[in-house]
Design a protein around this ligand. Structure first.
Ligand code: SF4
Ligand code: SF4
Length: 346
């Protein structure tokens, strides 16, 4: 007869997970506050963590600015699928007599932090569960990676009062990260510190990745408010070209200005509703994750695709065009000042 640990791991693998593992209160001990399972479930003993693969075939066209919508749909749906699998397993465990908590794959934030939800601190960090339970390894980017799927995975988890058997972290040789730094080169916000490392210790094991600068950097760019790289040669899928500050203290006013402009832009195809946004959120970045393929040649190819993908400008009907930087400048210059101010300072 299968043990409950074997059954819960099999439960998520039956739903097409590419990996599953178990972290416990003990194996997460000593970690940051978001590694505390009892924050979401007072009598928690363990957590089942799993990963779902994104569709790799949709990533190069997304980076090339040929097709945004297909990857966005795959990304949002895979997140909802991970949350749904977590809910299914939660109900399964509860009916077996173990109160449990389904961790949403994304977009759930703690309210009890200094600025509340805008700090975007998750209820439980899925990354910590993943690295400690052997679902994935940390890359330099701070994203988590798997040797077959790369960083193109979406994590899910269930926190439970069931006393499940922990699984071990992945061996070092399974981590393909070679410090190529293409994740950093693909980030218009310079979110990852190129010099300093951060480390977390979970259950006596240390994990390292690049130190993150202010989270407002990623919010400003990944939120879609701006996206032009400092070179001016390529952008994310955002039509915004507000300057990305170098001084951390300038990010909050820049972000507030960007949000105000964003809310006045015409809607485009796709997107979905996000708790911190008044208008729909569109997937416009994620470059650090999508670049990071296990094959270094493919990683380099993707970075080249991104660098040569042009910059985004928005049409009056909301649609987006990828054009060369000179054409973008002409298109912006031809807009009336009120419209132009939705994309850049005038
Ligand atoms: S892009 Fe390169 S440096 Fe960054 S996480 Fe991936 S392998 Fe590591
Ligand atoms: S999602 Fe985009 S802005 Fe955020 S860290 Fe990754 S590359 Fe940078």
């Amino acid at each position: 007869m299968q043990s409950l640990t074997e059954i819960v791991l099999d439960y998520v693998m039956c739903e097409n997970a590419c990996a599953a593992g178990i972290a416990t209160v003990e194996t997460l001990a000593g970690g940051p506050p978001t590694a505390d399972l009892t924050y979401v479930l007072p009598n928690a003993k363990s957590a089942v963590c799993f990963a779902l693969p994104l569709d790799q075939s949709l990533i190069p066209p997304y980076l090339a600015k040929k097709d945004r919508l297909s990857h966005e749909r795959d990304n949002f749906r895979t997140n909802f699928l991970a949350s749904g699998i977590a809910l299914g397993l939660t109900r399964f465990l509860e009916q077996k007599g173990f109160p449990s908590y389904a961790v949403a794959a994304n977009e759930v934030y703690r309210q009890d932090t200094p600025r509340g939800a805008i700090d975007m601190i998750p209820d439980v960090s899925l990354r910590y569960l993943a690295v400690r339970s052997g679902v994935a390894s940390f890359g330099l980017s701070g994203n988590v990676l798997r040797k077959n799927e790369g960083a193109a995975i979406i994590l899910g988890a269930v926190v439970t009062t069931a006393d499940l058997e922990p699984t071990d972290p992945l061996p070092k040789e399974d981590n393909y990260c070679d410090n190529c730094r293409l994740c950093m080169a693909s980030c218009a916000s310079s979110f990852m510190d190129p010099e300093e490392e951060a480390s977390v210790t979970l259950g006596g094991i240390e994990f390292k990745y690049s130190k993150r600068r202010s989270y407002l950097r990623c919010e400003f760019v990944c939120g879609g408010f701006t996206g032009l790289h400092s070179s001016g040669k390529w952008s994310t899928w955002s039509p915004g070209r507000f300057t990305i500050p170098t001084d951390e203290r300038e990010f909050m006013p820049a972000l507030l200005h960007g949000i105000d402009a964003y809310n006045q832009r015409p809607p485009t195809q796709g997107g979905h509703h996000h708790v911190l946004m008044d208008s729909r959120l569109y997937l416009t970045c994620g470059n650090c994750q999508l670049i990071c393929h296990p094959d270094k040649e493919e990683r380099k190819r993707r970075h080249k695709i991104l660098r040569e993908s042009g910059v985004i400008v928005q049409n009056a009907d909301g649609s987006l065009d990828a054009v060369v930087p000179e054409v973008a400048r002409e298109r912006l210059a031809s807009m009336d000042p009120e419209k132009r101010a939705l994309y850049e300072r005038v």
